[in-house]
Design a protein around this ligand. Structure first.
Ligand SMILES: Cc1ncc(C[n+]2csc(CCOP(=O)(O)OP(=O)(O)O)c2C)c(N)n1
Ligand SMILES: [Mg+2]
Length: 303
């Protein structure tokens, strides 16, 4: 079922929250752009871009709050930065310097998982283990549309449902598993599939961070209060190829790519908040300066 009483308790983000949503999106975009450049120069071995998915990532992570423990997939750079992973720590793995780069326990943000859907079982098992020890058991796990085709995802959803595990599944459906379109991967939505396992769910568009925040806040409250899993499927656009090694122009029409990029969540939200007077040029310049400083540090460290 969808969140029936969503409007009753879905919070309208206040202006501080709005600025926070935008700031994290702008930072993620800037770091992602720099990482793409560094990869093209050979400084990074690989980079899976998160461009186009910033609103989904920031909206969900801010709604889930710092008390959650997060199990990411491999594209959740905006979530990583929001959780306190530093940009140079974020890039280290992709330069082949380490298998992680940050302190997963300290930040409660686990290492990226490249084995599709493995993190869903880690997340559910971790939550159950935490509860058995009387510790905080609220866990958020990120998954892509393609990874939901893995058996691990079905096992994880079933286990979470029967054990009533406090897990929020966040599926970013960007329409592609590398070159495989989601219509060829599944005949029902991921949200519908969750319900088959007894997990409540909702499917939302992912261009506006406030929509995501307003759906994920009550979902988070529900998981925490009812100690039961919930799944949010967020429809997002993927701006670039699957990774820096993938030329999406080969299997995706130029029109489709252009349409996706035209619906840019970052520029749209910046324009909206500017129009509302929630941010001004001084505020935007300050964020830009912060991002520039980080980009220069990344170039020094990696180029
Ligand atoms: C178990 C497993 N099978 C196959 C792969 C190869 N693989 C890497 S990413 C990917 C597609 C994943 O698509 P999706 O889950 O939608 O995530 P996205 O990359 O779109 O964010 C595949 C098939 C893998 N990493 N792990
Ligand atoms: Mg995908």
């Amino acid at each position: 079922m969808a969140l029936k009483s969503e409007s009753e308790y879905a919070p309208e983000p206040d202006d501080d929250t709005r600025r926070s949503l935008l700031r994290h999106m702008l930072v993620a975009r800037g770091i992602d752009e720099e990482a793409r450049r560094l990869q093209k120069q050979g400084a990074l071995d690989l980079w899976p871009s998160c461009q186009g998915q910033e609103a989904a990532q920031v909206g969900s992570a801010l709604a889930a709050g710092q008390a959650s423990t997060v199990f990411p997939s491999y594209r959740e750079h905006a979530v990583a930065l929001l959780r306190g992973v530093l940009p140079d720590e974020l890039l280290a793995q992709w330069a082949g310097r380490t298998f992680c780069g940050w302190d997963p326990r300290g930040l409660r943000f686990f290492p990226y998982t490249l084995v599709l859907a493995a993190q869903t079982l880690h997340a559910v098992g971790y939550s159950i283990g935490q509860r058995m020890q009387g510790l905080e058991d609220f866990v958020v796990v990120y998954i892509g549309d393609g990874a939901t085709s893995e058996g691990d995802m079905s096992e994880a959803m079933n286990l979470a449902a029967v054990e009533s595990a406090a897990v929020l599944f966040v599926c970013q459906n960007n329409g592609w598993a590398i070159s495989k379109p989601s219509e060829e991967q599944m005949l029902t939505s991921v949200a519908e599939r969750a319900r088959g396992f007894g997990i409540e769910s909702v499917r939302i568009p992912g261009q506006d961070p406030e929509t995501v925040y307003s759906a994920c806040s009550p979902a988070t409250a529900r998981v925490r209060e009812q100690r039961a899993p919930y799944l949010v499927e967020i429809q997002v656009g993927r701006f670039h190829g699957h990774t820096s090694s993938d030329a999406q122009e080969v299997y995706r029409s130029a029109d489709d790519i252009a349409r996706t990029r035209a619906a840019d969540p970052v520029t749209a939200y910046a324009a909206r908040l500017s129009g509302l007077g929630v941010v001004d040029t001084r505020w935007l310049d300050a964020v830009e300066a912060e991002v520039r400083e980080w980009r220069e540090r990344l170039i020094k460290e990696y180029a």
